[in-house]
Design a protein around this ligand. Structure first.
Ligand code: C5P
Length: 237
């Protein structure tokens, strides 16, 4: 454990500098927020589950040729990553209508979309991460057209890889959010892939195995995160 102050602290993670200027250490906290910070709480052991689940997914995606920032797990809550210049665009991929999309287009949650949908959001807490499109990205100078094309290409490929893998584990991939950044001129997948950033539903029962249990006060939140890790790796904690 590095004992210095974090160089950045987010809602769910702290980021520390390391001796190598090209690398950072990410510490996963148990803090949970929803609705742009309006709802706050903690989920016991969430940091451990999300670190292990993200580690698993980065390794899986790396094997399939998706470049990412993950280097190695350092401890139960700590991950070593490549330092990225984060592109302030959140990329959401959806297979099934849920959450904000269900509200926006007036579809009931759970209705299958005929094709996967990509949405782009401006990563800005003060503005509440508004939905944007390619034109906004160019006007605001958030990313180049080539970077947007790369992010969208990786996002669709990641969707194929994760959805197929999870199907075998009896988990339906409803939607998820990705963040990307630039390292040595190359666009890499960053952040995390976990029940905080994805919607996972049990394929047989439809039970939610993700942060919606916290957002919607459904109970058994820690158990849901534990169940996801168990389905991925067989691990119980
Ligand atoms: O809330 P919404 O339906 O737009 O969320 C779509 C997906 O993106 C969900 O899986 C949610 O967990 C994720 N998301 C996220 N961080 C945000 C917004 C959404 O991880 N700031």
């Amino acid at each position: 454990m590095i004992t210095q102050k974090p160089m950045y602290e987010g809602k769910a993670k702290q980021v520390f500098a390391t001796e190598n200027p090209d690398e950072l250490m990410v510490y996963f906290k148990d803090d949970a927020t929803a609705f742009n910070g309006e709802k706050r709480g903690t989920i016991d052991n969430k940091g451990v589950f999300n670190n292990k689940i993200s580690t698993f997914f980065f390794n899986l995606l790396g094997k399939e040729g998706i470049p990412h920032h993950f280097i190695k797990m350092l401890s139960e809550r700590e991950m070593l990553v490549k330092k990225l210049a984060i592109l302030p665009v959140e990329v959401v991929v959806r297979n099934i209508a849920a959450g904000s999309l269900a509200k926006r287009i007036g579809w009931e949650e759970g209705r299958k979309l005929p094709t996967a949908i990509i949405e782009l959001y401006y990563k800005d807490d003060e503005l509440g991460d508004p939905l944007i499109n390619d034109y906004h990205i160019q006007a605001l100078g958030l990313a180049t057209p080539a970077q947007v094309e790369t992010m969208e290409k990786y996002a669709l490929r990641i969707n194929e890889i994760l959805a197929a893998f999870l199907k075998d584990k009896k988990v339906e991939l409803i939607d998820f959010k990705l963040e990307f950044g630039v390292h040595k001129g190359e666009v890499l997948l960053g952040d995390e892939i976990s029940p905080d950033t994805c919607r996972f539903w049990d394929s047989e029962t439809g039970q939610k195995l993700d942060k919606d249990r916290f957002r919607r006060d459904l109970g058994n939140v820690e158990e849901a995160y534990r169940e996801v890790l168990k389905r991925l790796t067989g691990e119980k904690s």
